[in-house]
Design a protein around this ligand. Structure first.
Ligand code: NI
Length: 168
């Protein structure tokens, strides 16, 4: 089922998500909904709090439309190693119509459970490394705009206020 994606400044996006204790049918249904919602948007990643569920589940698929899908479902993901620096433009389904460069690690090693409860390790660089960091941030209530310099964040907030007024 395609779910509604919450957008800034919805306070649900600022809450910290809890680890998943057991991978049961409700977690599998949540992951399925997240995958459908991400592909429908379309986006390259989605975290559970973006649909108002505060559990540590993320889905990512960075493959281009002419490539076979490369879906990752990661439960309780943890960055166990990070190195290097990247500074790439990011956007977010919860922050529509805004993009900005964000400082991240260039490569990360992520451990998480898959839907079968098996611990998996991903060694990610490039866009995938950024996607993991961006989505795991969501689980801690952090949006990419929270990483911007005060000046750029002010610019973003002004744009967001203006968009909200126009939508009224
Ligand atoms: Ni996002």
């Amino acid at each position: 089922m395609i779910r509604t994606i919450l957008t800034y400044p919805n306070p649900e996006l600022k809450k910290k998500s809890a680890p998943v204790a057991i991978i049961n049918d409700s977690v599998r249904a949540l992951a399925q909904d997240m995958v459908e919602t991400m592909y429908d948007a379309p986006g390259v990643g989605l975290a559970a709090p973006q649909i108002g569920v505060h559990q540590r589940v993320i889905v990512i698929d960075i493959s281009a439309s002419d490539e076979p899908p490369g879906l990752i479902v990661a439960i309780n993901p943890v960055i166990v190693h990070a190195e290097g620096e990247a500074y790439e433009e990011e956007g977010c389904l919860s922050v529509p119509k805004f993009a900005a460069n964000v400082r991240r690690h260039a490569s990360v090693v992520v451990k998480a459970l898959n839907l079968e409860g098996v611990e998996c390790t991903w060694r990610a660089e490039g866009l995938l490394a950024i996607a993991f960091q961006h989505e795991i941030d969501h689980l801690d209530g952090i949006l990419f705009v929270d990483h911007l310099s005060p000046l750029k964040r002010e610019l973003f907030q002004r744009k967001a206020r203006k968009a909200a007024e126009e939508a009224r």
